[in-house]
Design a binder for this molecule. Structure first.
Ligand code: AMP
Ligand code: GLY
Length: 425
């Protein structure tokens, strides 16, 4: 079967890498792809917001499965259109993608179906939002309702900060994504992510991960798309996973079905493990980046039947085995990220760095030009390794990082610190 993957990040490189190992895959296309994928797939320039063009491409190339990597095309209804054309696609409908696209929508689903999450209010009026803050006290969390590239969440330590955040969001700082906001209680605990595939009715639990959102060592500084991740997340014991499935994922599956919009695709649940148990911070409706990279390194089974089953049903019948070894990914980013950064610097020595069989370098913001790899984005490389422990995976990943010759790039040197310190104690 010919397969089309939509996206250009490290997540899509990892998906393409995993799909390319499937006996079911014939030709793999990726739109637009990046500088690291050409040995695995044909990179094509295809605008995923031009649904007619995507449909034409699928017909011309006899595509049997479209895998949508990022959230924007999902929220934009690409899968709805492909469904109408009878082209099998992995990912939720635009309606179901509101679980990521609208924080208020998700909070209302949680309230209606009794899913544990922080107490909240939804507002489009600044005075009412500020009243709510004054009643609840601080710290408190203010969130733009819509997609804001991970930047729309403000943790306010005091009411001045909370009021300023409300004014900024409703004042247009995030454009249409901030026409409405959610104010919610501040949860205390350890964060973890849980992934499960869903065909609208049944689920296939995948695995857990933890990421490092902040740019600086010790988890400090501004938030980014993610500077590294590892899987599994030690805080997610079997008991905690079962509670997450029973208390959060399955009620969401039943709720979305009851709403008349069953969810098909991957649930990426961002959780706070509080002293009461797991609470939902947010849903994403696509794989995480860089969480996907560590998940794909650990996945033993073929991913293609699982992706198809999300669209066609029977996901609970799909066999899914995992390598026990942890995996860890270190993100190398362009100096200046998440602020402004230079483009077009050359990256050398990638082949030597990737010699270790238990290490793989997934590209993100790169392009290949005249045989040279150049950085063209903020997050640029994902150095991903497995090991007998998080510590050994970490050692392997940094050994590869140290061989890469890229003076305009940087990475955090402490990815996995929480899991490593648990292993040492
Ligand atoms: P989100 O984009 O909703 O995942 O939020 C980004 C980050 O903000 C999360 O990963 C948490 O670290 C933090 N956060 C969001 N909501 C809360 C909350 N209710 N309590 C504590 N921290 C939160
Ligand atoms: N790494 C977080 C995300 O993909 O949203």
């Amino acid at each position: 079967m010919n397969i089309l993957v939509i996206g250009s990040g490290g997540r899509e490189h990892a998906l393409v890498w995993k799909i390319s190992q499937s006996p079911l895959a014939s030709e793999i296309f990726v739109a637009p792809g990046n500088g690291g994928m050409e040995e695995l797939a044909r990179c094509v320039s295809l605008n995923s917001s031009d649904h007619d063009a995507v449909v034409d491409f699928c017909r011309q190339h006899n595509i049997g499965l479209v895998v949508v990597g990022p959230e924007a095309p999902l929220v934009d209804g690409l899968v709805d259109r492909l469904d109408k054309e009878n082209i099998t696609a992995f990912g939720p409908s635009a309606y179901a993608a509101q679980l990521e696209g609208s924080k208020g929508f998700t909070k209302d689903i949680c309230a209606k179906y009794d899913i544990p999450t922080a107490a909240y209010g939804r507002f489009d009026d600044a005075a009412k939002a500020k009243d709510f803050v004054n009643k609840k006290g601080t710290p408190i969390v203010i969130k733009a309702d819509g997609l804001a590239a991970g930047k729309g969440v403000i943790i306010a330590e005091n009411s001045e900060q909370a009021h300023a955040a409300i004014d900024d969001i409703l004042g247009g700082q995030f454009g249409a994504a901030g026409a409405e906001l959610v104010v919610e209680e501040f949860l205390v605990g350890e964060e973890a992510s849980f992934f499960a595939l869903c065909d609208g009715d049944k689920i296939l639990p995948l695995a857990t991960a933890q990421d490092h959102k902040q740019v600086g060592e010790g988890d400090t500084g501004p938030n980014t798309g993610g500077m590294g991740a590892y899987s599994p997340a030690p805080v997610m014991t079997d008991h905690m996973i079962q509670r997450t499935i029973d208390e959060i994922i399955l009620p969401t599956v039943r709720g979305m079905k009851q709403e008349g919009h069953p969810f098909k695709g991957v649930f990426f649940a961002g959780l706070m493990i509080t002293d009461k148990g797991p609470e939902l911070i947010e849903y994403n409706v696509r794989f995480g980046d860089p969480e996907c990279q560590v998940l794909m390194m650990r996945m033993k089974s073929d991913i293609v039947p699982a992706l198809i089953a999300c669209a066609k049903g029977g996901v609970d019948q799909v066999e899914m085995d995992w390598h026990d070894s942890p995996a860890l990914a270190v993100v190398m980013a362009a100096e200046g990220y998440p602020g402004s950064y230079e483009k077009n610097s050359e990256i050398r020595n990638l082949e030597q760095a990737a010699q270790d069989e238990q290490c793989y370098i997934f590209h993100a913001g790169t392009k290949k030009e005249d045989g040279k790899i150049r950085a063209i984005g903020g997050r640029v490389l994902n150095i991903t390794a497995t090991g007998d422990s998080v510590k050994s995976a970490q050692k392997r990943a940094y050994a590869a990082v140290d061989q890469i010759d890229w003076s305009a790039g940087f990475c955090r040197r402490d990815i996995g610190w929480r899991a490593v310190s648990r292993e040492e104690n």
